[in-house]
Design a binder for this molecule. Structure first.
Ligand code: AMP
Ligand code: ZN
Length: 120
């Protein structure tokens, strides 16, 4: 599996940098964002070092499907019965700061209404 020793999220996956994990399995880990933009702000991070959505390959299809199915389950576990927001920033133009693919899961107090203007 591809990893990058200089990547912050690879270090978190490896346990070299601490994180507040709420879920993990053989394909991914889920932990709390260090700078939460809402009452619930989690990051879903594949164990494999994939830079962004742009680098996804066909072989990642089952991983992506797994994440899509997991998102509502984790949201429910976090008490987000009314719904949640999922954000994927891609590239510098998309506001991506950490170049290891991750899905933001946000919900609860502090989350703005219907707009997409909020920077995550
Ligand atoms: P993005 O702009 O999509 O690349 O988002 C990166 C996210 O990672 C931001 O929301 C940061 O607050 C978050 N982040 C950065 N360092 C850490 C860390 N050590 N633990 C948890 N979250 C982090
Ligand atoms: Zn990485």
């Amino acid at each position: 599996m591809n990893t990058d020793p200089d990547c912050l999220f690879c270090k978190i996956v490896a346990g070299e940098i601490p994180s507040e994990q709420v879920y993990s399995d053989e394909q991914l880990i889920v932990f709390k964002d260090i700078n939460p933009k809402a009452a619930v702000h989690l990051l879903i991070v594949p164990r494999e070092h994939i830079i962004s959505l742009k680098e996804l390959e066909k072989k990642h299809d089952s991983l992506i499907a797994h994440i899509m199915h997991l998102l509502p389950k984790i949201a429910q576990e976090q008490g987000l019965e009314n719904g949640f927001r999922t954000v994927i920033n891609t590239g510098t133009g998309g506001g991506q700061l950490i170049f290891h693919l991750h899905f933001h899961l946000l919900g609860g107090e502090g989350l703005s209404g219907a707009g997409f203007s909020r920077a995550v």
